[in-house]
Design a protein around this ligand. Sequence first.
Ligand code: 5GP
Length: 191
Amino acid sequence: MERLEQRILQDGVVRPGQVLKVDSFLNHQMDIPFLCEIGQEFFRLFRDSGVTKIVTVEASGIGIACLTAQYFHVPVVFAKKSKTLNISGDVYSTEVMSYTHGRTYTVIISKSFLSAGDKVLLIDDFLANGCAMLGLIDLARQAGAEVVGAGIVIEKGFQRGGELIRQAGVRLESLAVIESMEDDGRITFRH
Ligand code: 5GP
């Protein structure tokens, strides 16, 4: 998505450890009209997939998932990071390694909100090593739901996530794919 690439070049800041900060429009301050354009693009890509639920993981995916859901007219379910060690039987749960925080979380979704027969579109802000997305795929499959696709705002194409999601048999649509990021701030895209 051309306008997204321009926005990343204009506002993105490359941090050590191959982390891209896009706090001015996506991850801290949110540019709602612009993020609605992103939501519309996900709708264009997945409108014929029969989506019944949009699923993301807290916290950074929630905003973009909501702005996307308004075009599909379906609910958003966000996987919660659980602090409880003894997970009760009324939730699906899986382990996710956080790229930005360098630790593992248990994430859960209540069995009330995801079930067989659901057609799930996964949405997240970034795809890096794929742990967050693979965790969501695991939760959806525990529920017997069908994952019709994964919509990512920014994929870091030099990390393994994209390959792993495709290997899992999930259609992946990333609106911008970064080919490389240099410490001096230079960013190139894959087309
Ligand atoms: P993964 O699970 O694919 O390794 O990482 C994806 C998650 O880590 C995303 O939900 C996102 O919140 C965070 N993340 C990974 N890489 C970056 C990055 O370069 N910038 C930002 N802002 N978040 C990232």
